[in-house]
Design a protein around this ligand. Structure first.
Ligand code: FAD
Length: 571
């Protein structure tokens, strides 16, 4: 602060600062701006303006030099991003270049990142399910991590709040394990998916099969039209950015909404180095930024700070925010910051075929799958592993240009591409993993990035529980498909490293007790309450659901609490 004159100080001072403009940062910006707070959003990447900055959104396959495939040279330069299914010639501009953003893998970890305005909200697969009471009660019941300081009922109204604005499609299925929300009309299962659903549910009394819930506008409501968004066209080209605003992203939804209030200042190219803690005031007073274009250091000031840089970067920023009071990272009195990271176990998948139904097809490219909420260890411990997994499956008819063995050339090939093939089934798991002290991130002592910020060292791994859960899925999944009448059932363990699930959580967990957690029930650092962490870093455990809807609900809840507390002079 010493170098800042008073004019500059005023110009650089806001009511609130939000670090990161992705899914959670977008929500923080929207809620804080709507509450009348002058809000600065600091984003390390470039600006991406909805519609204008989606250069590939309406391209046809033949418009791409490599028809959408990645050249070998690009794959070799980006060995991590390349493992992500969404990385292609049509979307590579929304992924970080591996060599520009190095990190240290103490254990193999595929860290998939999107550094731009909108973050990974442009790239995500948009599957959105609420947590249930079983997920919040899990750690306390099963004796791992620490008890969540909130329960389902604390978050339920905020799930509704974010669902209504984002637009989530789904059925009202009435399941205790996957509470219903305020949904737009659901996508439909095709005939084979329905048949498998019927047979699984007839054979297993403990299993439910439903159509997936996702952040797509199947029938926009007034609030979505006001955002300038329209109906999803089932193109399944989402990771290019959607010219219809058919799926939820920060760029199409929360950020423009926040801007409309007149209270938003969005600053791209702003790499947050650390948070400034004032020993005298005993609170955080601002943020140190490095402008990525000029390399100049700048300071910004605010009464409250929301940390939404995505799980691992939020850990990095707080660990790097050292002061006399907090030599080990802001709020890190107990030394637990960076520990108890978890993720989703995606290793197991199963393929199969289904005879018949050759007179049936389906409409469009549906942006969701069929889902089975977790059925393992829900009401009581039943297996030799803790917790469980969600299952997704789809039935499709490949063809339409896909090669079949022996038909790659000539008339056979032409005939082949004009017809849909027989039905194929794909099933996969999304397994809960247990946060462990040994699964952690730290700052490197010697390696820095190009802005002089320490690189992150990541040591996150599978354990015996994950191996058992994986095995159980492969056995149960194969058995279910067999009972459903499928053939050629083949199980697979991809052995993929953690990280590729892109659902990493933890490191700055919530809890009741400052001795064993970093954040309280409102996502405030116990030891520095004007700093809120509301992205995945705050999560105490993972559940089996896709995480982003929960990040949104936690963020909206915390932002409304923060705005009220500020008004009352409590912060
Ligand atoms: C291919 C893919 C599929 C996915 N599918 C799903 C799914 O189906 N369902 C689901 O729930 N989730 C899914 N996810 C995960 C989802 O994208 C993330 O959970 C979500 O984006 C996290 O939101 P966030 O705000 O924490 O982080 P992000 O959306 O990543 O935003 C973080 C932002 O912070 C910025 N930032 C980072 N460090 C700094 C810094 N030092 N200074 C300033 N800015 C910084 C980044 O540039 C970024 O813009 C998927 C992700 C991918 C990539």
């Amino acid at each position: 602060m010493a170098n800042v004159n008073s004019n500059q100080f005023a110009a650089n001072t806001f009511d609130a600062i939000v670090i990161g403009s992705g899914i959670s940062g977008g929500w923080a910006a929207k809620e804080l701006c709507e509450k009348g707070l002058k809000t600065l959003v600091l984003e390390r990447g470039r600006d991406v303006v909805h519609l204008k900055d989606y250069p590939t959104a309406t391209k046809n396959p033949w418009d791409f030099p490599h028809r959408g495939q990645m050249p070998l040279s690009v794959k070799k330069e980006n060995p991590i991003a390349e493992r992500c299914y969404a990385f292609s010639e049509a979307s590579e501009h929304f992924f970080v270049k591996d060599n520009e953003h190095p990190y240290v893998q103490d254990k193999p970890f595929d860290w998939i990142r999107g550094y731009q305005v909108g973050g990974k909200s442009l790239l995500w697969a948009r599957q959105t399910q609420r947590w249930s009471r079983f997920d919040f009660e899990g750690p306390a019941r099963d004796g791992f991590a620490v008890d969540w300081p909130i329960r389902y009922n604390d978050l339920a109204p905020w799930y509704t709040h974010v669902e209504q604005f984002a637009g989530i499609s789904g059925n009202h299925d009435g399941l205790e394990t996957l509470p219903d929300g305020d949904f737009l009309p659901a996508w439909q299962m095709n005939v084979v998916e329905k048949e498998i659903q019927k047979r699984i549910m007839a054979n297993y009394k403990d299993r439910d099969v439903i159509i997936g819930r996702c952040a797509h506008l199947t029938q926009p409501r007034e609030i979505h039209l006001q955002q300038g968004r329209g109906q999803c066209q089932a193109r399944s080209l989402c990771e290019r950015g959607c010219p219809f605003g058919g799926y939820f992203s920060s760029n199409s939804s929360t950020l423009p909404w926040a801007a409309k209030t007149g209270n938003l200042t969005l600053r791209p190219h702003s790499v947050v180095h650390s948070i400034i803690y004032d020993d005298k005031k005993q609170k955080a007073v601002g943020v140190r930024v490095i402008d990525s274009q000029t390399n100049k250091a700048i300071e910004y000031f605010a009464k409250i700070i929301f940390v939404n840089a995505a799980t691992l970067n939020s850990n990095l920023i707080l660990l790097n925010s050292t002061s006399n009071r907090f030599p080990n990272g802001l709020g890190n009195d107990n030394g637990l910051m960076g520990k108890y990271i978890a993720f989703h176990n995606y290793r197991g998948s199963i393929t199969a075929s289904m005879d018949g139904y050759m007179d049936s097809y389906y409409y469009g490219r549906r942006p969701t799958a069929v889902m089975m909420p977790n059925f393992r260890n829900v009401y009581q411990q039943q297996t030799d592993f803790l917790r469980g997994y969600m299952v997704f499956y789809t039935a499709t008819r490949p063809g339409w240009g896909h090669f079949t063995e022996g038909q790659q050339l000539g008339a056979g090939y032409k005939d082949n591409i004009a017809e849909a093939g027989p039905w194929g089934i794909y099933m996969m798991m999304q397994g809960e993993t247990i946060p462990k002290e040994s699964s952690r991130v730290q700052l490197s002592n010697d390696l820095k990035d190009r802005w002089g910020i320490p690189q992150l060292k990541i040591a996150v791994g599978y354990d015996d529980n994950d191996e058992k859960s994986l095995k159980d899925f492969l056995v149960q999944g194969a058995e279910m498909l067999d009972k459903a009448g499928c053939k050629n059932i083949a199980t697979n363990d991809s052995k993929q490293a953690p990280g590729l699930d892109i659902h990493e959580i933890g490191g700055i967990r919530m809890g009741h007790d400052p001795k064993t957690s970093l954040l309280n029930k409102w996502n405030q650092l116990h030891a520095c309450p004007n700093v809120f962490v509301t992205d995945g870093a705050c999560m105490t455990s993972t559940g089996t659901q896709n995480p982003s809807l929960t990040f949104m609900a936690l963020t909206a809840r915390a932002a409304n609490y923060a705005a009220e507390a500020l008004k009352k002079g409590e912060l």
